[in-house]
Design a protein around this ligand. Structure first.
Ligand SMILES: [Zn+2]
Length: 321
């Protein structure tokens, strides 16, 4: 259901009278943010522990605090040129906890089942300031997941794109791990409407897991396989009475598509053959934090199992010229 709310007091004129945030308003917003959890303890320590099994490299830092916010990528240690390459990104929206912890848990618990057949490139926490302060935006009040385009103003998006460009690999699949939270409606969308001086348009937060594919390359069977795998761990979001999830028509159980490239979403930039954005719902009374992490692991595993089915191990990777 669409819930349309006008911001501000003079709602009838809100579209034209609102002031778009300038530097002063952005600085005031930033001053109100505070660290609520530790990137060091909850993320960097886990990356450190994975160094035995993966090549870990720093690909950048957030200039807001370079010491506190180094950016790390993990790659399969015994890289096999004949294997297909898989890209996994988490924490593009730093506040979406299971995106970060799910990427790490996949590496800790499930990746070995797949390393004979796939090479992995994993950026588990793209936006570490957002992780620590539980924020959707970065310190410049920019949404990193609308900023995957050339000369991006979002530092974390730009750093990831540069690293991926430097690696110069082709990817069979890209999993971008996200959550949809109640605070999307109560905190982040209202802030967006204020920042841009637009009316607040929000949708009912769906109760359950769903996927966002690419309108231009929906790869329906891949999404189906992921939904089937996740269904064993957590419930799938039903469509609303209009047949939609967050305003987009459901194309199959638990799946909607976005124009990922046009919207400059993370899955739009990697040129992967199969892309999906996972959306775990952590605020459901039916799930624990652990369920959410396991749902992310199940999503990746379900997608990889599908790829093994359609590309049997002995076929290996086509050489892309
Ligand atoms: Zn997100």
């Amino acid at each position: 259901m669409k819930i349309k709310i006008m911001t501000g007091d003079s709602s009838k004129d809100s579209k034209i009278t609102k002031t778009i945030w300038g530097e002063k308003e952005k600085a005031a917003w930033l001053a109100n943010q505070s660290v609520k959890r530790s990137y060091q303890h909850e993320v960097l320590a886990k990356i450190e522990a994975l160094k035995g099994d993966f090549d870990v490299s720093q690909y950048g830092f957030l200039s807001y605090d370079p010491q506190r916010y180094p950016l790390f990528m993990l790659k399969t240690r015994n890289w096999n040129e004949n294997n297909r390459n898989i890209l996994i990104t988490g924490g593009v929206h730093g506040y979406e906890t299971s995106g970060v912890q799910g990427a790490l848990r996949f590496l800790e618990s499930a990746v070995l089942k797949y390393t004979d057949n796939f090479n992995f490139v994993v950026a588990p926490c793209v936006s570490p300031w957002g992780y620590e302060t539980i924020n959707r935006w970065d310190t410049a009040a920019i949404d990193p997941n609308r900023s995957f385009y050339a000369n991006s103003p979002a530092e974390s998006s730009a750093a990831l794109m540069k690293k991926i460009a430097d690696l110069n690999l082709d990817y069979t699949a890209h999993f971008d791990l996200h959550e949809t939270t109640d605070t999307d409606n109560s905190v982040f969308m209202p802030a967006l409407a204020q920042r841009d001086g637009t009316e607040l348009v929000i949708w009912e937060i769906p109760d359950g897991f769903y996927l966002v594919g690419d309108t231009e390359n929906p790869v329906d069977d891949f999404q189906t396989a992921i939904i089937h795998a996740v269904k064993k761990v957590t419930h799938i979001a039903p469509a609303d009475e209009a047949g939609c999830i967050i305003g987009e028509p459901v194309t199959q159980n638990g799946v909607i598509n976005y124009a990922t490239k046009k919207l400059a979403l993370c899955t739009g930039f990697s040129q992967s053959e199969f892309v999906t954005t996972t959306e775990v719902y952590p605020d459901s009374p039916k799930v624990t934090d652990e369920d959410c992490i396991l749902a992310q692991v199940a999503a990746i595993s379900g997608g990889l199992d599908y790829l093994l089915d359609i590309y049997p191990p002995d076929s290996k990777r086509k050489k892309v010229e």
